[in-house]
Write a protein that binds this ligand. Structure first.
Ligand code: PMP
Length: 395
C-alpha cells in the first residue's frame, strides 16, 4: 500500500480535507515532495521553523546533544546543561522580573502550567480570556480559547472562565479581585493576526495591577522575533507577569515554556510539592535546539528582517481582490472577500509551489508566516506567485 493510502487508513484524521502533501526533504525555505516538486514554505509549520528547515546551527546542536544524552529524569530534578543554558539565554532577553522558567513540550501544556500557576499564586479561581483567542487543545487551554465552535462539543470544560471582547477597553472592568489571571495573545494569531491598540494593552496591564490578577501573555505564535520585535509585548511597552512560549522556540523541535518571577513560580514547589510535573518537559535535545535557535535569532537580530519583509510584502502584494493585510512582521493575514475565494487562492498557491493556509477563526484570510530568515529575493518571488495565483482565480 502506498503512503497516501496508509496515511488515510492509519493516521488519525482531524479534518475531512487534510493537505495530504508528502514531503521527502527540506532545506531553508523549501520543502520537496518525492516527485521532486518544490514548495516555498510560507507558514513555517505554523510559526515553528523560525530559522527555516534544517538550519545548520540547530542541526549541529541536536546532533551533539544526541551523542551526550537524550533523557535523564523527569523535569526539574537533574541539572541538565542544555536546559540551564537555554534558560540563561532566554531570561537575558526578558524584563528583570521574568527570571524563572518551566519548560514543557508544547504550547497547550505551557498554557496549562500558566493557568495552574496563577490559581496557585493568587489563591483565586476565575480565569479571564478573550474572544477569538486560541490557546490550545487540551481541556484547560481549550477552556480559555475564545471560540465556541471548537469548545461546545467538549463541555463541561474548566469552570469559572469568562471571556471579554479583545481590544475593548470598556470591557476590562470584567477583570476583578476574583480573577486569578488574564490570558491574552499579545497579537491574536488564529483570529487572523489581530493587532490590539497600545491603549488597550496598557489599560489591560493597569487593570491587572489594580485587581492583583496576573497578566499571562501567550506569545506561542507571536514570540521569537516573528512580529518585528523579539517579544511582541515590546510593541506595547508593557510587560507580562507570565510569558508563554512554544512553536518557534524549538526551531523545529517540540518545546514550550512558561516564564515568571521566581516568587510566582515557587507556588508550584510547595503544598503540594511537585505542583506541576512533566516527564519530557525541557527534553535535553529539544532544549539544545532551542538554545541554538534563540542564539541565532539574537546574533542576527532576525526580528529586524521580519519587520523589513513585512514592508516588502505590503508593497508588493497588490490586488483589488485583496481586501486588507492584517498583522505585524511575519505574522500576516491576507484578507479576501470570503472563505471560498480564500481557499481557491490557497489551493492555487500550492499548485504553483507555495505553501500557505488559512486561520482557524478567520477562514477568509490567508496566512503568511514564513521563516524569519527569508530573503528579500524570496519574498519578491513569493509575492509574485501569490499575485499570479490571485490572478489565476479571478481572471
Ligand atoms: N497558543 C497559540 C497562540 C497558538 O497559536 C497555539 C498553536 N496554534 C497554541 C497556543 C497551542 O500550541 P500547541 O499546538 O503546541 O499545543
Amino acid at each position: 500500500m502506498n503512503h497516501r493510502d496508509l496515511f488515510y487508513r492509519h493516521i488519525a484524521q482531524t479534518s475531512p480535507g487534510p493537505l495530504s502533501l508528502e514531503i521527502e526533504r527540506t532545506e531553508g525555505l523549501y520543502m520537496y515532495s518525492p516527485d521532486g516538486k518544490s514548495y516555498m514554505d510560507m507558514i513555517s509549520g505554523i510559526s515553528v521553523s523560525a530559522l527555516g528547515h534544517g538550519h545548520p546551527a540547530v542541526k549541529e546542536a541536536v546532533k551533539k546533544q544526541v551523542d551526550r544524552y537524550m533523557h535523564l529524569m523527569v523535569y526539574g530534578e537533574f541539572i541538565q546543561s542544555p536546559q540551564v543554558a537555554l534558560a540563561e539565554l532566554l531570561i537575558g532577553t526578558l524584563p528583570k522580573h521574568l527570571d524563572n522558567v518551566y519548560f514543557v513540550n508544547s504550547g497547550s501544556e505551557a498554557i496549562e502550567g500558566a493557568l495552574k500557576l496563577a490559581k496557585r499564586f493568587t489563591g483565586r479561581t476565575e480565569i479571564v480570556g478573550f474572544f477569538n483567542a486560541y490557546h490550545g487543545s487540551s481541556h484547560g487551554s481549550l477552556s480559555v480559547t475564545g471560540n465556541e465552535t471548537l469548545k461546545q462539543a467538549f463541555r463541561p470544560l474548566l469552570p469559572d472562565i469568562r471571556h471579554l471582547p479583545f481590544n475593548s477597553e470598556a470591557d476590562l472592568a470584567g477583570i476583578t479581585e476574583r480573577t486569578a489571571c488574564v490570558v491574552a495573545e499579545t497579537i491574536q494569531g488564529e483570529a487572523g493576526a489581530v493587532v490590539p491598540d497600545t491603549g488597550f494593552m496598557q489599560a489591560l496591564r493597569r487593570r491587572c495591577d489594580e485587581t492583583g490578577a496576573l497578566l499571562v501573555l501567550d506569545e506561542i505564535q507571536a514570540g521569537m522575533g516573528r512580529t518585528g520585535k523579539l517579544w511582541a509585548f515590546e510593541h506595547f511597552d508593557i510587560v507580562p507577569d507570565v510569558l508563554v512560549l512554544a512553536k518557534g522556540l524549538g526551531g523545529g523541535m517540540p518545546i514550550g515554556a512558561f516564564v515568571a518571577s521566581k516568587e510566582v513560580m515557587q507556588s508550584l514547589t510547595h503544598r503540594p510539592v511537585l505542583g506541576h510535573i512533566s516527564t519530557f518537559g525541557g527534553n535535553a535535545v529539544c532544549a539544545a535546539a532551542a538554545h541554538a535557535t534563540l542564539k541565532t535569532i539574537l546574533q542576527h537580530s532576525l526580528w529586524n528582517n521580519a519587520a523589513k519583509q513585512e514592508e516588502n510584502i505590503r508593497n508588493w502584494l497588490n490586488s483589488k481582490h485583496i481586501l486588507s493585510i492584517h498583522g505585524k512582521g511575519l505574522l500576516l493575514a491576507i484578507q479576501f472577500e470570503d472563505a471560498v475565494q480564500c481557499k481557491k487562492v490557497i489551493d492555487r498557491c500550492i499548485e504553483n509551489g507555495l505553501l500557505t493556509d488559512w486561520f482557524l477563526f478567520a477562514d477568509n484570510c490567508m496566512r503568511l508566516a514564513p521563516p524569519l530568515i527569508i530573503t528579500t529575493e524570496q519574498i519578491k518571488k513569493a509575492c509574485k506567485i501569490i499575485g499570479q495565483s490571485v490572478n489565476d482565480i479571478f481572471s
